[in-house]
Design a binder for this molecule. Structure first.
Ligand code: GLN
Length: 304
């Protein structure tokens, strides 16, 4: 498979679509990212890396961090996390409050904000410094020790994250947070603000294409069964209220973020990350989703 040629073709084809999405501005700092950015990196199971466009430029991973925090929480807590978080698609926006009241403060899944806030609370109960531990875990997974928080984004999220503050307090009122909402949110905002390149993200996701084991170091990140669980959740909940459309068009488990990044994995073959900051109505990268759709169409490789 000539992945480089396929990425080059996607890069050319995607150009007219870059202006069609809308860059997130509810976190003011994110709105400064130029809409013309587009990067894509594919890392094969064997460690080969293919890149195009702005694949080497760090961007704010935002909700892609929810994948790494869930992985860490599964390592720390095992199946205990499912007493406090569901495993069903929400059918609502990523930052929605509505279901929480009907469902007694149990978030629908770990990939919406409410769920990731509970995941962060679980991590905090095990570790004093949740945000540094998550950063170290991501550095280990991607093999890049220089990955950092973007402090401007942390400040911007803290200053304007009213909905997340509401979610954390609401969940606390149902008794589903053990730690203080302020401490949980501080860690949560740090996780969302981590800056990584497409290549970093693709490398960090590669353990999911290899049954939970890092192909480069051979170390077990999670058990094979847990890797299956994580990928199932990506497929059913990883792209918010557009999971059906994403699965239909792309046919891979994926996790998106409002920074415009999407990580997708093809078990046994590759991990791929695309970044394009213009979002569609559901908060997923518009051109990024198209690029992944073209990738699986062109290669005729998908999980289905
Ligand atoms: N930091 C963002 C928020 O909490 C993450 C949301 C996302 O990427 N979908 O609103």
């Amino acid at each position: 498979m000539d992945y480089q040629q396929i990425l080059n073709e996607i890069y050319a084809k995607v150009q007219p679509c870059l202006t069609r999405g809308k860059v997130a501005d509810y976190i003011p700092e994110l709105s400064h990212v130029p809409q013309s950015k587009f990067g894509m990196a594919l890392v094969t199971h064997g460690g080969e890396v293919f890149e195009v466009g702005d694949a080497a430029e760090p961007f704010s991973i935002q909700s892609i961090s929810k994948l790494f925090t869930l992985t860490l929480a599964m390592r720390l807590e095992g199946n205990g996390i499912w007493d406090r978080i569901g495993r069903e698609p929400s059918g609502t926006a990523f930052n929605s409050l509505v279901q929480l009241e009907y469902e007694n403060g149990i978030p629908r899944n770990p990939f919406i904000n409410a769920g990731a806030i509970v995941v962060t609370d679980l991590i905090l109960s095990h570790l004093d410094n949740a945000h540094e531990t998550v950063l170290d875990f991501i550095r280990e997974l991607s093999g890049n020790k220089t990955i950092q928080f973007n402090r401007d984004i942390v400040r911007s999220e803290k200053a304007t994250g009213y909905r997340n503050v509401a979610l954390a307090n609401f969940i606390k009122s149902f008794g589903n947070l053990r730690n203080a909402p302020e401490a949980v949110l501080d860690a949560y905002f740090h996780h969302c603000s981590i800056a990584m390149t497409c290549t970093d993200v693709a490398r960090a996701g590669l353990f999911l294409a290899n049954a939970g084991r890092s192909p480069s170091t051979g170390s077990e990140i999670v058990r094979p069964n847990q890797a299956k669980h994580i990928k199932s959740l990506m497929l059913t909940c990883g792209t918010y209220d557009a999971v059906g459309d994403f699965a239909y068009r792309v046919g891979l488990p994926g996790k998106s973020g409002v920074g415009g990044g999407i990580l997708a994995v093809m078990p046994g073959q590759f991990s791929v990350c695309v970044w394009s900051p213009g979002l569609n109505q559901s908060g997923n990268s518009l051109a990024g989703t198209m690029a992944l759709e073209w990738l699986t169409t062109q290669t005729e490789v998908s999980i289905f």
